[in-house]
Design a binder for this molecule. Sequence first.
Ligand code: HEM
Ligand code: HEM
Length: 136
Amino acid sequence: MMKTLHSYWAYIVLVVLIFTVINAVIGLIQKKEFTHKEFRLGLFSLITTHIQFLIGLAVYFVGGFQKGLGDMKDAPVRLLALEHPLMMIIAIVLITIGWSKHKKQVKSEAKFKTFAIFYGLALLLILSRIPWSNWF
Ligand code: HEM
Ligand code: HEM
């Protein structure tokens, strides 16, 4: 059940995050004003990834994926036991740092830049370690 939830929630995470990053890059390039819409997008990305983290933890430990840590030569096992969880946690930390940082900034340009860098990097890390062959 948790696995199914994690699998479907991932679509929401990716769509919202991609939208937030593209929006930030456009805002930065076109020197737009950072409005409530941008604030909501950033917050929505933060909340959906935090929830995905909790669901992921449940999938991991209920599914006994930590047992795979003893089998690091097997690439598919290593991906689920170590690479995917670790990379996703780094990505979520980046998003959380980006969120905190943007709150302290005043200028629109600085806020867009923070989202573009922190959320953008997180997106790349997430895309790099999604178990694509399991997902589709
Ligand atoms: C942004 C965060 C995350 C995203 C977008 C994400 C996405 C995904 C996707 C798309 C799958 C494949 C689902 C499937 O097999 O149908 C998956 C599997 C998995 N994820 Fe995540 N995940 C995230 C965070 C985490 C975290 C933090 C953990 C653990 C601490 C975790 C543990 C797992 C495990 C163990 C599987 C394998 C499930 C299985 O094949 O039985 N994930 N994840
Ligand atoms: C173990 C799980 C979680 C950890 C370790 C965690 C950690 C954090 C941290 C460190 C922040 C601070 C960001 C800042 O400085 O503004 C934060 C903010 C936030 N988290 Fe989580 N979180 C978790 C789960 C969740 C869940 C499940 C939700 C949603 C249901 C959530 C929603 C939020 C929201 C809305 C904020 C932003 C607060 C604000 O700035 O207005 N988190 N989280």
